[in-house]
Design a protein around this ligand. Structure first.
Ligand SMILES: Nc1ncnc2c1ncn2[C@@H]1O[C@H](COP(=O)(O)OP(=O)(O)OP(=O)(O)O)[C@@H](O)[C@H]1O
Ligand SMILES: O=P(O)(O)OC[C@H]1O[C@H](OP(=O)(O)OP(=O)(O)O)[C@H](O)[C@@H]1O
Ligand SMILES: [Mg+2]
Length: 309
């Protein structure tokens, strides 16, 4: 009760309370210096150093809370935003929680294409997205008019979790569920036959945030943290004459920084490079004649405000 009275004027930030997005979401908050203490079992935590309250909710409920303006910012999956069909702004993709929403059928069964599930029973936690997907298949098979007139033939059934068990239990002919490594699908004897959508975690904002300036600051901080995770700083020395060749290898985010060395005709280059490409970039730089190639971790970053002419 006391906590709820303390929410006045605070920016409300919805964060997954458990599950696949929880750890990475907390690490983003930590990187953004959003300090809080979550009391045992309480789903609201006040920040010590900012006028923010964190609201811990199920990932599936976060788009609704933000869409209705009850929370100002939220972290959830793009799949949940699409499923909820609520009006929120997806302000930043966060680079974690990457997976695919896929149509799956028994691996040993005869079905090879999703249209073979038309008229059958499909179990999913994503009934809206699945219905839209199968409606499209039915329109392709029977024409829009027939689907409009007779209604859909494919039956969607909602379950909240452990969707993969549905086929084995005889509740479903096929399912629509998330796949990352494919381990769960394989263990359940299922195979994917098509992809409904690809998804990752996103930062969402209400269309009417209580404190737009603070919301903007938090978005900028989170953007800085994810950019720092995504990039490393690569520095090396190279004869000035070779600059045009290496420019293509390390164009940087905006442009590389070139510094004249004390040694004549030599320059030092530093440029941001996507972490996942760095080994390949170093090979290419070495081949071109770059020397003393160093890779430096970026612990935080800020892109800066757009320059208005
Ligand atoms: N295996 C996965 N790999 C990557 N991201 C995933 C995976 N499963 C789910 N996600 C992402 O995380 C979001 C929340 O799913 P999650 O399973 O964590 O929620 P939950 O079902 O409410 O929690 P729990 O599974 O603990 O009951 C999904 O909407 C999706 O965006
Ligand atoms: O391809 P994989 O790497 O195996 O991941 C996919 C599984 O992860 C999620 O389930 P979760 O573990 O959250 O359990 P749940 O079904 O109870 O939500 C999802 O619903 C799949 O079942
Ligand atoms: Mg889950």
């Amino acid at each position: 009760m006391e906590l709820v009275n303390n929410l006045d004027g605070r920016l409300l930030f919805a964060v997954p309370k458990k599950g696949r997005l929880y750890e990475s979401a907390l690490s983003l908050l930590q990187g953004s210096d959003i300090q809080f203490h979550r009391h045992n079992r309480l789903d609201i935590a006040l920040c010590h150093n900012l006028p923010i309250a964190l609201v811990f909710l199920g990932a599936a409920d976060i788009p609704t809370f933000v869409g209705e303006g009850r929370c100002d910012l939220g972290i959830t999956g793009q799949d949940q935003v699409a499923e909820t069909r609520t009006a929120v702004e997806e302000v930043l993709t966060l680079g974690f929680g990457k997976c695919k929403l896929q149509v799956q059928v028994p691996a040993r069964g005869p079905m090879k294409e999703p249209k073979e599930l038309i008229g059958k029973q499909v179990v999913t936690s994503f009934t809206h997205l699945s219905r839209e997907y199968f409606r499209q298949l039915e329109v392709e098979a029977f024409g829009a008019e027939a689907v409009e007139k007779n209604g859909m033939k494919t039956i969607m059934k909602y379950v909240g979790g452990s969707v993969e068990a549905a086929c084995a239990l005889g509740v479903a002919d096929g399912i629509v569920d998330l796949v990352e490594s494919g381990e769960t699908m394989k263990a359940a004897g299922l195979a994917a036959i098509s992809t409904v959508m690809e998804t990752q975690a996103v930062l969402i904002r209400s269309k009417t945030p209580r404190n737009p300036k603070l919301a903007e600051t938090i978005i900028s901080r989170i953007n800085g943290v994810i950019t720092a995770k995504r990039y490393v700083l690569c520095t090396y020395n190279i004869p000035r004459t070779l600059l045009p060749r290496v420019h293509e290898i390390t164009p940087g985010k905006r442009a590389p920084t070139i510094t004249q060395l004390e040694e004549e005709n030599w320059v030092a280059v530093s440029a941001m490079v996507e972490r996942k490409e760095i080994a390949d970039v170093m090979d290419k730089l070495e081949e071109c004649g770059a020397q003393d190639i160093l890779v430096v971790q970026i612990s935080n970053s800020r892109a800066g405000r757009p320059i208005t002419p």
